[in-house]
Write a protein of this length. Structure first.
Length: 415
């Protein structure tokens, strides 16, 4: 293998990429993270949003104590929603302390070559590397319903296309979906003076209950332990022991990913979802057509009754669907070599694909490790598994970049 090759290239600088980098750099491997830390969170979501996860479940995975969200933001309690800006700042602080040297830029191609892989950036730089970790987050997998695909972007968009909803001020906007993203988007639209209309398949909107910070012993026994995905014995298992999920039958894993934490709004959003927002539930999209300067969306209910919503724009808050074919940064030959099922790569216990040295983290790993991979809380488990395997399989004998345990403490950059 070429001596000029680095050990690992991590594609993506979100929670999973930064967490994996922190574990690998902490033991002295030569790692490059390509991407701007927390960029998707910063530009793919509008100001005014809050995280739905609890503070204790909003930490990136660090190789030592003292780097959790609540370490950086002491006093944050259960039931206290985290503003988007606060979480982005935490993630960037984590990057500066635990994964310095991140390379802003875009990976345009990953292919076999040299010692293992050649990673090509948009500026033309080619990086030979032994190992690649694909940690691109959810962005590439934004799902738009089939009935709305092919429509021009000025009529139909995904909720992640907007970090400024101000352009919809005074306009009629349909929001498709029934989860937190849809309901919060509708509320933020109403706040800036738009006229949102929520279109949801669910018969009724669901809302998560307010968490009880101090539970009695009977309440704990009855409700089960608290975990990164909520309360309950099974929920704790999926959240805290994702390695066990991999051993379940494939159909069971699919059901867990689909049904764990179904669409619902956060308790703190419910009072803001008021008469300013029109809500139509129990309907399915039938078709959409351009109409004058807007779009007409036809829906049908379970009785076959049709209705038409005439709006100026449709925002799809319809989640994300892993699809290996959409990862065009991987060469077509490399994608063809990766074994997959239903669009997701088939992964080993260490997140390695069927192509040695190619790992997938985050949503792309949910089909293997379960629903926690859809959330920040899963980043620690993924980082430990991936880094542990890379460490065991990386040639020895090079001088470490950093001795184990020398990552600065959480007060190093506290302001």
């Amino acid at each position: 293998m070429s001596d000029s090759a680095i050990d690992v290239v991590i594609v993506g600088a979100g929670p999973y990429g930064l967490s994996t980098a922190a574990h690998l750099q902490n033991i002295g491997l030569d790692v490059r993270v390509i991407g701007t830390p927390m960029q998707f969170w910063d530009v793919g979501m509008p100001p005014g949003m809050y995280l739905k996860s609890e503070p204790f479940a909003s930490s990136l995975g660090a190789p030592q104590p003292g780097m959790a969200f609540t370490d950086r933001n002491p006093g944050w309690r259960i039931g206290q929603p985290i503003p988007l800006e606060t979480f982005v700042a935490y993630g960037r602080w984590f990057a500066s302390v635990c994964a310095p040297g991140t390379t802003p830029g875009e990976v345009v191609n990953v292919d076999r070559g040299g010692p293992g892989y050649i990673v090509t950036l948009a500026d033309g730089e080619e990086i030979p590397t032994r190992t690649v970790v694909v940690a691109v987050g959810v962005g590439p997998f934004a799902h738009v319903p089939e009935e709305l695909t092919g429509m021009p972007s000025w009529l139909v968009s995904h909720s992640t296309d907007h970090n400024d909803l101000g352009l919809f001020r005074g306009k009629d906007v349909a929001v498709v979906g029934a989860g937190q993203s849809a309901l919060e988007t509708a509320v933020l639209l109403a706040d800036i003076g738009a006229r949102p209309h929520v279109l949801a398949r669910r018969v009724r909107l669901d809302w998560n209950p307010r968490p009880n910070e101090r539970r009695s012993l009977p309440e704990k026994l009855r409700g089960g332990p608290r975990s990164g995905l909520g309360s309950g014995y099974r929920t704790w298992l999926w959240a805290e022991r994702p390695g066990l999920v991999r051993h379940l039958p494939e159909a069971t894993r699919q059901r867990l990913v689909r049904e764990t934490l179904p669409p619902a709004g956060a308790w703190w959003l419910r009072d803001r979802c008021d008469e300013r927002i029109r809500v139509t539930t129990g309907v399915h999209l039938l078709k959409a057509i351009e109409q004058d300067d807007g779009i007409a969306v036809t829906t049908t209910d379970r009785h076959g009754r049709r209705d038409v919503a005439e709006v100026e724009h449709v925002i799809c808050a319809t989640g994300f669907a892993p699809d290996l074919a959409r990862l065009t940064l991987l060469s077509s030959d490399l994608r063809a070599r990766v074994k997959s099922r239903l669009g997701s790569p088939v992964l080993s216990r260490d997140f390695e694909s069927s192509v040695p040295g190619l790992y997938f983290a985050g949503l792309a790993a949910a089909a293997t490790f379960g629903p926690v991979m859809r959330f920040v809380h899963g980043s620690g488990f993924a980082a430990r598994r991936i880094s542990g395997h890379i460490i065991r399989t990386t040639p020895r004998g090079r001088t470490p970049l950093r001795r184990p345990g020398t990552v600065p403490g959480p007060d190093a950059l506290r302001t």
